[in-house]
Design a protein around this ligand. Sequence first.
Ligand SMILES: O[C@H]1[C@H](O)[C@@H](O)[C@H](O)[C@@H](O)[C@H]1O
Length: 647
Amino acid sequence: MSRKASDNVEYTLRSLSNLMGEKRRRQADGSAGSGAAAAAGERSLIAAESCSSLNSAASGGELERAARRQFQQDETPGFVYVVSVFSALGGFLFGYDTGVVSGALLLLKRELNLDALWQELLVSGTVGAAALSALAGGVLNGLCGRRPCILLASGLFTAGAGVLAAARDKETLLAGRVVVGLGIGVASMTVPVYIAEVAPPHLRGRLVTINTLFITGGQFFASVVDGLFSYLAKDGWRYMLGLSAIPAVIQFLGFLFLPESPRWLIQKGQTQRARRILSQMRGNQAIDEEYDSIKNNIEEEEKEVGAAGPVICRMLTYPPTRRALIVGCGLQMFQQLSGINTVMYYSATILQMSGVEDDRLAIWLAALTAFINFIFTLVGVWLVERMGRRKLTLGSLTGTAVALIILASGFLLSAQVSPRITLNPPDPSHQNSTCTKYSYCNGCMLDPDCGLCYKLNKSSVVESSCIPVDKDSTMKAAWGRCSNETVFKKEDLFWAYNFCPTPYSWTALLGLILYLIFFAPGMGPMPWTVNSEIYPLWARSTGNACSSGVNWVFNVLVSLTFLHTAEYLTYYGAFFLYAGFAALGLIFIYGCLPETKGKKLEEIESLFENRLCTCGMSDSDEGRYIEYIRVKGSNYHLSDNDASDVE
Ligand SMILES: O[C@H]1[C@H](O)[C@@H](O)[C@H](O)[C@@H](O)[C@H]1O
C-alpha cells in the first residue's frame, strides 16, 4: 500500500490508549473480549481481538472503521511468501534427494551390480557430505550472506543431478551423491535462517515450518517418482536421480532476483540496502522501529560479547548463547534419536507384517508413509502459531514416545508367538547357510540373509521353512519352493522377508500410523524452526551450522546402527530404545525449551538468561503477541504505551 493511502488512517496515541483502557474495563466487567482471547492464536485473531476492543469502545465510530481498515491493510505483503516459497525449494530438494535413493538403488544394484558396501556408500555418502557442509555452511553464511549460500546450494543440487543422470559407473554415482549431499547440508542450515530473518514475528514460525513441509513433500514426491520409474527397468534410476535438477534450476533463477537478508546486511553495515529490502518485505508498514531495534541490538551485542575470537568460542563462553546452542543441538539430536528415519525406512516391512501380501506394493506403501508424514507436517504449519513451539514439541514428543511403545509391543507380541519352523529342506547348493539353524521364525527374520517360506491353514502358519534370500531380490528365496514368485503364489505359498506372520501384526501398524501422526507436526519441523530463531544475529549462522551438523551426524548414526541394534536387541528392543530416547528428550525439552512464539528475533536472547534447566519456564509472556500499529506514520508497539491497559 502506498504511503499516501496509509496516511488516511492515522490515529493518535491518546485514542489508542483510551481504547485499550476501555477494553480492560470491559474485561474486568467480565463481559468483553473473552471469546477472542480464548481463540487467540494468530495474527488475524489478534487483529480480531483488537478490532473487537475497538468495536466495543467506539461502536460504529469513525475510529473503529479506521482501525479496522488499518489492520486489514497491514496484511503481510505477498512478497514475503514468494521469498519463503523459493527458499523452501531448498527443503524440497533436501527431502527429494534423501528420499529418492532407496527406489533408485533397487534398479541400480541390478544394472551396475552394486554390492552392499556400494549401496551403503551411495546412501551415507550423501548424508555424511551433508553433515560436513552444514558445518562449513556456518562460516560461508557469516562471510558471504544467506543469498549466495542458497545460490550455491541450488548450483550444487543442479550439478549433482546432472552428474547422477549421466553417470556410467559407480564411482561417478558416488561423486554425484556427494555433490548433492554438499548442497543438502548448506540448504538445510541456510534456508530456515533466511526465512526467519525476512519473516514478520507473527508469521515466522509458520513460514519456517513451511520449509519442513517442503522437506516431507520432497520425500513424498520422491517416493511417487520411485514408484513410477520402477517400472522402467532400464535407466529408470537416471530419471529418478536427475529430475531434481528442475526445482534446483528454478530456485537458482529465482534467487538471482531475490534479495539478501536485511538483518545480515545491517550487520555488515550495508544499511541503505537493508532499509530498502526491509520496507519491500513489510509492504505498507513503517519499518523504523524494526530497523532501529535490529541495529541497536547488533551494536549492543558487539559491546556485550565483543567481536574478537572465533564465533563458536564466543558462543560457548557467553552463557545465553551457550544455553541456546545446547537447546538447539539437543532438539536436533532427539529428533533423530526418536528414530524417524528408521521408522520411515522400515515402514514397508511394518505394513507387510500387518498382512499386506503383495510385495510389488512395497514401494507404494513407502509412498503412503511419506504421504502421512507430509500431511501431518501440514497440521504442524497450522498449529505452530496457535499452540506455540513449546507446547507443540512437548505434545508431539509425548505422542511419539507412546507410539514407539505401541510399535515395539507389536514386534514383541509377534516375536512371542513367533511361528515354529517345521520343515528343514536340504540345501541344494551345499553351502551350509545359517538359515537352517533357526527353530522359530523370530531368529530367521532377524538374520538379513534368510526369509520364511510358509503356507497358511486358516490363519495359522504351517509347513514353514527358513531359507536363504535371493541375492538379487528380497521378494523370493534363493532356492526351493519359494524361489519362483509366480509359481509359489499359485501354490498358495507365502514368502516373508524381515517379518513374521502373526495375529498381532496390526499393533505394529497402529504404532506406525500413530508415530507419524504425532511426530510430523512437532518433532519433525520444530527443531528446524526453533533453531532458526534462538540465536542472536552474530551467532545465528554458527548456531545453525552446529545444530544442523548434529542432526545429520545422528541421522547417519541411527540409520547405520539400526540393523545391528535390531540384531542385538531385536526389533522390539530397538523401538523400545528409541522410546527411551524420546522420554529423555521430553525431560530435556520440558526443562530447557522456552516459548519463542510472537517474539522479535532480537528479544529471544533474553529467554536464555536463566539457568539452562529453567529456560523452559521463562516463557512468562507465552501467548502474548507483538503487534505494531501505525501511529502518525511511525511504528507503535501496543504494549509500550500503557502496558497495564493491554495486558
Ligand atoms: O525434519 C525432517 C523431517 O522430519 C524428515 O521427514 C526427516 O527425514 C528428517 O530427518 C527430519 O530432519
